[in-house]
Ligand binder design. Structure first.
Ligand code: ADP
Ligand code: ZN
Ligand code: ZN
Length: 681
């Protein structure tokens, strides 16, 4: 055995792999292979990298190459197709391979020392199922629509995207579980190892689903992967997936990058959800990567939603995706709630809740049923102001207001986290009577308590659930019926199967109707459908389900979005949206990339973008003018952006590669980043 050159990916902002020298310590030391992790010197540090290729020669002067320090032989190499997945993501999102493949690993895999890794391996080797196996639950008998969906998913061979379009409460989860079970069993009978990956949009949904999955499949090894796991657990779960020990991996977007050598089925629940898009570092779409991965593995992927994204709907329309529809709620007698609009031009509501909404809440309290109020704005009031001189609570570091948080008696900027005590008097004129303007969840909570002193009101938002486990505890108490009125932000809108809920009130969602973000309408519609879908899910006694009601306070009751919502008409809404997008030349009929620049002075950021736009001209690529971002300054940094568009995805991709190279060669001191398929423009 003789020396080898190893091509290694490192987590470094250089778009290249690095050559290192490997010499066998003894004549019979096994040769390294691609997919193994290694410790190498890099600058003055020692870092962990991933072997991409083993070669005989280097284009560099071999005498100058540095030597590998150690190969992590205790860990099975990641498979080639995992590297291919990272390679695809790196190419598509225009990042170095190492910046994709390494940051998505559990931290302790990337440490110089292998203590944690060795401990985790030992634990996995001895692993017995933890504690008592849960009480096995028996599955409901699927209805015809569910049955047909399961057959379609497991019946076909090879790659297929299934769009599972099912109204809220139609039992999509059962379709996922049956499909996974059938798939895993079929492979097992054929003595082929198999794994299923289930993605959910929200960490708070994982415990409920995890419990359901475990109870359904007590004999299977189910692991969760999300960002709030303790490091030891994250590592063990990642390795269980990587070593093929986990049958089912359940996770948030980052789980799409897990190494799963026997992947046979991927499920993306609530595929339209914006949280599948990573918004920093590698700005990937977990849904899109899931589809790519399914194609690579030639396996089925299921995208589930009551309100599919326009992209997915368009693909289903054109026949690229197969549409599977669930039209009815699954529980007998459960039905979709009635939706009503409360015209806020007619109904005045100085404290945020109109008389009809208050009356509806009172009726639920009297009958001992639960209500949910949805207000997508946390804090007490979004801004404070002074009547006397016009002062308002601007953040001094951002183009944004400081939000009033009354329980903590502080003003807080939600963009840069700057905090200060609530001023006792106006900073400019000394007026002591500063007023909160507008309202957030804390203020509505306060009002509810004065309105219904006897009611048990629970607020769930990012502020009330900061402590680890507190969100879970809060949702548990709702499920146990210890809450009369649940109040919250989009945290409460997603996925939860609240059984006693018969009223959903939506407070002032109108702002999204006039947003400059072209996706705001689509997002609002999905959000409202979803929050509405929390009501009337149980069969209930004495016609409880029949009383399920959704009341939306709006100044624009004639707006087409609300009209579609009244009729539960997603399809009509989607048709209208797609027509508008086609006419306006917007996604999904256009492909975009967004270059962002940050600088102390806005002009510097704009100048940089102007230079960038002049670097490379190409027919079929539209480069728009550089513009300041909507929230221009955050934490003292000015931000601007440049939008690129093309009617052809391959053409855009072909343009980006050389353009990025030219951008890097500018060696500008401006901080910049590129986002492919941006969602917030
Ligand atoms: P979705 O995800 O489509 O909103 P869920 O999967 O949460 O809906 O299912 C809604 C409810 O219907 C759950 O309580 C679930 O247990 C129940 N359910 C699902 N399928 C059936 C079925 N075939 N028969 C009876 N109940 C069912
Ligand atoms: Zn003042
Ligand atoms: Zn700020």
């Amino acid at each position: 055995m003789s020396r080898r050159i190893l091509s290694i990916a490192l987590d470094a902002p250089l778009d290249t792999e690095f050559d290192y020298l490997w010499n066998p310590a003894s004549p019979d030391e096994a040769e390294p292979v691609a997919g193994q992790f290694v410790l190498v010197p890099f600058g003055r540090r020692e870092v962990v990298g991933l072997i991409i290729a083993v070669k005989d020669d280097s284009e560099l002067d071999a005498a100058k190459l540095r030597e590998v320090i150690a190969i992590r032989r205790q860990l099975a190499p990641v498979p080639d197709d995992w590297i291919a997945l990272c390679r695809f993501a790196a190419d598509y999102y225009q990042r170095p391979l190492g910046e994709v493949a390494l940051p998505c690993l559990p931290k302790s895999l990337r440490l110089e020392k292998t203590v944690a890794l060795d401990r985790a391996l030992k634990k996995l080797a001895q692993q017995k199922p933890a504690g008592e196996p849960p009480e096995p639950s028996s599955p409901p008998v699927l209805n015809d629509e569910q049955q047909a969906a399961v057959e379609a998913i497991v019946g076909g061979g090879g790659f297929q995207v299934h769009l599972l379009f099912g109204v809220t409460g139609s039992g999509k989860t059962e379709v996922y579980l049956h499909a996974a079970e059938r798939m895993l069993q079929r492979e097992r009978v054929a003595a082929r190892p198999a794994q299923a990956l289930i993605l959910v949009p929200e960490i708070n949904l994982t415990p409920q689903l995890e419990a359901n999955v475990r109870a359904r499949f007590p004999q299977m090894n189910v692991v969760a992967l999300h960002s709030q796991l303790a490091e030891g657990e994250r590592l063990r779960h990642w390795m269980a997936a990587h070593l093929g020990k986990a049958d089912i991996v359940l996770g948030t977007r980052l789980a799409v990058l897990a190494s799963m050598p026997h992947l046979k089925l991927i499920i993306v629940d609530e595929e339209h959800d914006p949280s599948y898009k990573q918004q920093e570092g590698l700005r990937y779409s977990a849904r899109d990567l899931a589809i790519w991965r399914a194609h690579q593995q030639q396996i089925p992927v299921v995208l589930g939603s009551a309100t599919p994204s326009t992209e997915s709907w368009q693909h289903a329309d054109s026949g690229r995706y197969r549409k599977l529809q669930l039209k009815q709620r699954a529980v007998t007698n459960a039905q979709l709630p009635r939706v009503g609009l409360i015209d806020m031009e007619v109904n005045k509501a100085p404290d945020g809740l109109s008389p009809p909404l208050v009356a509806a809440l009172r009726a639920r309290l009297e009958r001992g049923e639960q209500s949910l109020l949805f207000l997508n704005r946390r804090g007490y009031a979004p801004v404070m102001h002074c009547d006397a001189c016009g002062w308002i609570s601007n953040c001094r570091r951002c183009t944004a207001f400081m939000v009033l948080h009354k329980p903590e008696r502080r003003l807080r900027c939600h963009h840069c986290s700057l905090e200060m005590r609530i001023p006792v008097s106006c900073p400019t004129c000394g007026n002591v009577d500063l007023q909160p303007m507008g309202r957030g969840t804390q203020r509505v909570e306060e009002y509810l308590q004065t309105l219904f002193p006897e009611a048990r009101v629970l607020r769930i938002d990012a502020d009330s659930t900061r402590r680890k486990g507190s969100a879970q505890a809060a949702f548990d108490s709702v499920h146990r019926g210890e809450v009369d009125i649940l109040l919250g932000t989009q945290m409460v809108a997603k996925g939860h199967d609240f059984q006693r809920l018969t009223l959903v009130g939506v407070i002032n969602p109108d702002t999204a109707l006039f947003s400059q973000d072209y996706r705001a309408g689509e997002r609002l519609f999905a959000q409202l459908m979803q929050v509405a879908g929390r009501a009337g899910r149980a069969a209930g006694k004495d016609g409880q389900a029949a009383r399920a009601e959704v009341l939306i306070q709006t100044r624009y009751p004639q707006h087409p979005l609300y009209r579609a919502l009244l009729a539960h008409d997603y399809e009509g809404f989607a048709r209208g949206t797609l027509e508008e997008r086609r006419a306006a030349g917007l996604p999904p009929f256009m492909f975009q990339a967004l270059l962002r620049a940050e600088a102390k002075e806005l002009q510097d950021a704009l100048d940089f973008l102007a230079q960038a736009s002049a670097l490379l001209e190409q027919e079929g690529i539209t480069i728009n003018d550089p513009v300041p971002m909507t929230i221009t300054r955050v934490a003292g940094v000015e931000r601007a952006q440049l939008l690129l568009e093309s009617a052809s995805r391959p053409q855009l991709q072909a343009y980006l590669k050389p353009w990025m190279r030219a951008l890097r060669d500018m060696k500008s001191r401006i901080r910049w980043s590129l986002e492919v398929d941006p969602v917030d423009i």
